[in-house]
Write a protein that binds this ligand. Structure first.
Ligand code: ACO
Length: 432
């Protein structure tokens, strides 16, 4: 039986269409409500608003389910790698052997960042925020590839394959360059023969006369971290990419807006905040009790970082995968990290505490991702840029959906104005 909805306002009834997704997600379509009734739907922060229909990622926060193009994240984490998952997210299907090879080749061929762009990077102080540098470099891409970034959907979609490969591959190189620059090290140019993660590790850690040979466990761990961040439905930064893209802005410009949105500590910056929190617990010799007590005060600035999620109300499936991987990776690398023990104790304590249990606050992906990145050798101030490399496929796939939608419109939410009512201007004598 078809489900219908209606809204009664001032004794008038307004029928509202209902939309049901392929996994049974239900929505009331309010698009015509304002025209018919003068009312808008109010939903600060869009927590209960579907801003689009999408075929990319299915997320059921109540049941801890995350699937890309139908494939469960657990299976992708176990059997796939970052590049293959990126292809899946962007193109909708797992690649066959030829498609995988061609995609990999496009990434390899487009890894190098233009020499002139070094000047952009070197215009920044060496202690500048890596995310600020990254967003500036991504913002500059349209200047180097004007034919791929015309701000015309039809033209930009014709060159989409190349633009997507440039974005994924160069964002990775830019992150490595930012690391080298801020650490006073010479840049390492990408090597075409290396796979994606190994190439990144080479650009990060090779020395002029000594190539960094990535241990397979390290490359695997990095692949996992990137894969687990590859897309996550309509999160803050991806929605930002869609919003900017909806104005017909090109792929690179839209992604750079996403990178900026990602930088906040409540989003991509949380992985840094988690490590800072674990480090201070370690430095203070505390067992985390003080942090838990402070987090329960309700103050936003004292939150237990890496806990809670805007949509997961049961568990974050990525946190489970990455938490388990932490043990394996550290063991294989022969590393014993006291911060991992602190994280585990903190998790156990919080999961027994009524404050966290009653609010359904569980560890999110950021709670453990920093520990793996630290084991790989990535410094803490680069963590959020790692998230940006990982999330690039999600940004790209979402931009493509916006650009390819013939019925798409510019994103333009409304508001309820609560400011001063109309008043008349009066001249003020500033010299008095
Ligand atoms: N520590 C302590 N209390 C918390 C936390 C936390 N980490 N998260 C939420 N709460 C509290 C809120 O204060 C609120 O309490 P109240 O009901 O007494 O007012 C209650 O739990 C419910 O909050 P939510 O509505 O679930 O939180 P919201 O959806 O607004 O925020 C967010 C989600 C931003 C992720 C939040 O949980 C948070 O700040 N977590 C820490 C930062 C973090 O780890 N961010 C990474 C997110 S994952 C990612 O971006 C990859």
């Amino acid at each position: 039986m078809a489900i219908t909805a209606s809204l009664k306002l001032d004794d008038k009834e307004y029928p509202l269409p209902v939309i049901v997704g392929t996994e049974g997600e239900k929505a009331i379509d309010t698009r015509q409500l304002r025209a018919a009734s003068g009312y808008i739907a109010f939903d600060q922060g869009y927590g209960n608003t579907g801003s689009c229909e999408s075929q990319i990622t299915f997320l059921d926060g109540d049941n801890g389910i995350l699937r890309h193009r139908g494939y469960p994240i657990e299976q992708l984490a176990r059997y796939s790698d970052y590049v293959e998952t990126a292809y899946l997210i962007i193109y909708g299907e797992l690649p066959n052997a030829t498609q995988r090879k061609e995609f990999g080749l496009r990434l390899r061929k487009n890894a190098a960042v233009e020499m002139q762009m070094q000047k952009i990077l070197e215009g920044f102080p060496t202690n500048a925020s890596p995310m600020a540098m990254l967003s500036a470099m991504v913002s500059a891409l349209p200047a180097y590839y004007p034919d791929l970034a015309t701000n015309n959907f039809e033209k930009d979609l014709k060159n989409f394959d190349l633009a997507a490969a440039i974005a994924i591959s160069k964002i990775r190189t830019m992150v490595a360059m930012i690391y080298r620059y801020t650490h006073g090290l010479p840049y390492m140019f990408p090597k075409q023969e290396l796979p994606f993660a190994e190439n990144f590790l080479h650009m990060m850690f090779s020395e002029p006369y000594q190539d960094y040979a990535a241990a397979p466990e390290v490359a695997k761990a990095l692949n996992l971290v990137l894969l687990l961040h590859a897309d996550h439905e309509q999160n803050c930064s991806t929605s930002t990419v869609r919003m900017v893209g909806s104005s017909a802005a090109n792929l690179f410009t839209s992604i750079s807006a996403g990178v900026n949105a990602l930088s906040g500590p409540l989003h991509g910056g949380a992985n840094v905040a988690v490590m800072q929190m674990l480090q201070s617990i370690h430095d203070e010799g505390d067992d985390g009790t003080r942090f838990i007590a402070a987090a329960k005060s309700g103050s936003k600035s004292n939150r237990l970082m890496g806990f809670g999620h805007a949509v997961y109300r049961n568990f974050d499936p990525r946190a489970k995968i990455i938490g388990d991987a932490c043990d394996v990776v550290l063991k294989k690398l022969g590393i014993s990290d006291p911060l991992l023990d602190i994280a585990k104790n903190l998790e156990q304590a919080a999961l027994k505490d009524d404050y966290f249990v009653s609010r359904k606050l569980y560890p999110n992906v950021d709670f453990y991702s920093g520990i793996i990145m630290r084991a790989v050798g990535i410094p803490m101030n680069m963590f959020t840029t790692m998230f940006a490399i990982g999330r690039a496929p999600g940004y790209i796939a979402n931009w493509k959906e916006v650009a390819s939608n013939p019925k798409g419109r510019i994103y333009r939410p409304r508001q309820i104005y609560v400011g001063a009512q109309k008043r008349d201007y009066t001249t003020i004598d500033h010299r008095a």
